[in-house]
Design a protein around this ligand. Structure first.
Ligand code: NAD
Length: 462
């Protein structure tokens, strides 16, 4: 048994960042993690491994489609799945060991095992009980279930199983055209699978700016993904090595079946709080099953805080990280704060999709007068040279003040480009501020500047 200033439960991006910052601010800190490695879903079975597969499959796509055009001739590479998995595992290992190193460097104790809060200030892990002045729950999320769909992580899989399939399936059915479904669906499509995505709503990627979502959908179609919207999945039937998905089309209630070798269920995630003992302690939850917190991340139990996927808000690693930093600062007597108006969202497909702030749909619904400045990557020299001219940048600015209200990018490196707009928004910048900032040529970021110019007197290259 040991006593700490802070015990953090969970070592995902929310938990480990919180732990490191707590230690840096002088608090005696421990982090409880039950997995064999640190880093949570993100590093072990989420963001990081999926990015390795996205990168590898994109390289294959480049070799198959663009190398010859650039004068790079020769036999196209073929997929060595075992090696690709080994590469992915190597990347995971480097990252999870990196967190272990950072814990040691910052003197954060890793308590190995699954935590249960037995009372305010007491955390039981296995046979031991540890005490802390404050406890931070950063226990993350797990895939939600769908009625009639039984996940076996072999034939019917969540993202976890989809990252470690024994081979590239011939036919992959994906339930849900959200972030996971489209990222992993496009990986397997590039690796040669026939991919069909079934989406309940009439649009893919709910919440995304509609214009971006429509263009994104047509690009995915060009890449060979079949996307069926308005499809209500009724259930799956798993046979030994394949499965059937039954669905009805909402427009006419017609019934359909889809055969696949693997079915990926990607219909959202829910907070993971199993075993924490929260029910017994009467910790309040929201109607969506998230741990309820106040603006300072306090739960209804004194001295217990919660952050990340386990509480309200977008389930994003970077949102959890920022909350982890904020709680650490609050516990150290400072003023922690997260600006929820400026949290970027990125879909790591090719091209990427990134957005921040308000969508055009939201501005229309709010009746707000706005300007939309758009610029296509077709007018960007660097994008053309790199065979990456699909997509566009859209900046939304207040019609009167020119203050940037939102930014949406479908295109190359969108996930990096978006941060220029995020910083501008944090500083309350006007579109003209971006437009008047010198941007290096030739870069993709010139497309952001041109979209800002389009909010004023107009872009130069379109
Ligand atoms: P999601 O919420 O992004 O998408 C789920 C999709 O499934 C939605 O489009 C929804 O309409 C659809 N759906 C729900 N029920 C359905 C049904 N019965 N039949 C057909 N379609 C149905 O969820 P996700 O893709 O599972 O991701 C889970 C969470 O993880 C999200 O919060 C996401 O933001 C996060 N995540 C983020 C990233 C990233 O930032 N790049 C990557 C992976 C996951």
């Amino acid at each position: 048994m040991a006593s700490y200033d802070v015990i953090i439960i969970g070592s995902g991006p929310g938990g480990y960042v919180c732990a490191i910052r707590c230690a840096q601010l002088g608090l005696k800190t421990a982090c409880v993690e039950g997995r064999d490695t640190l880093g949570g879903t993100c590093l072990n079975v989420g963001c990081i491994p999926s990015k390795a597969l996205l990168h590898a499959s994109h390289q294959l796509h480049e070799a198959e489609h663009n190398f010859a055009k650039m004068g790079l001739k020769g036999k196209s590479p073929s997929v060595d799945w075992a090696q690709m998995q080994a590469y992915k595992d190597e990347v995971i290992g480097q990252n999870t060991k990196g967190i272990e190193f950072l814990f040691k460097k910052n003197k954060v104790d890793w308590i190995k095992g699954w935590a249960k809060i037995t009372s305010a200030g007491k955390v039981e892990v296995g046979e031991e009980t540890h005490t802390a002045k404050s406890i931070v729950i950063a226990s993350g999320s797990e895939a939600s279930s769908l009625p009639g769909v039984e996940v076996d992580e072999k034939v019917v899989v969540t993202s976890t199983g989809a990252l470690s399939l024994p081979k590239v399936p011939k036919r992959l059915a994906v339930i849900g055209a959200g972030v996971i479904g489209l990222e992993l669906g496009s990986v397997y499509a590039r690796l040669g699978a026939e991919v069909t995505v079934l989406e309940y709503l009439d649009q893919i990627t709910p919440g995304l700016d509609t214009e971006i979502a429509r263009s994104f959908r047509s690009l995915l179609k060009k890449q060979g993904l079949e996307i069926i919207t308005g499809a209500a999945v009724q259930g799956t039937e798993a046979l030994k090595t394949k499965a059937k998905v039954s669905y009805t089309l909402r427009k006419d209630d017609s019934e359909h079946q889809l055969d696949a070798d693997v079915v990926l269920v990607a219909t959202g995630r829910k907070p993971f709080t199993k075993g924490l003992g929260l029910d017994a302690l009467g910790v309040e939850t929201t109607k969506h099953g998230q741990i309820a917190t106040d603006a300072g991340y306090k739960t209804s139990l004194a001295g217990v805080y919660a952050i990340g996927d386990a509480i309200e808000g977008p389930m994003l690693a970077h949102k959890a990280e920022d909350e982890g930093m904020a709680v650490a600062e609050i516990l150290a007597g400072q003023k922690g704060h997260v600006n929820y108006d400026v949290i970027p969202g990125v879909i790591y497909t090719h091209p990427e999709v990134a957005s921040v702030g308000q969508t055009e749909d939201q501005l229309k619904e709010a009746g707000r007068a706005y300007k939309a400045g758009k610029f296509s990557f077709m007018g960007n020299g660097r994008a053309k040279a790199n065979f990456a001219a699909d997509g566009f940048v859209k900046i939304l600015a207040d019609a009167e003040t020119d203050r940037i209200l939102g930014g949406h990018i479908l295109g190359p490196a969108a996930g990096d480009l978006i941060h220029e707009i995020c910083v501008a928004m944090e500083f309350g910048a006007a579109a003209e501020d971006l437009a008047r900032t010198c941007h290096a040529h030739p870069t993709y970021s010139e497309a952001v500047r041109e979209a800002a110019l389009a909010c004023g007197d107009g872009p130069i290259h379109s």
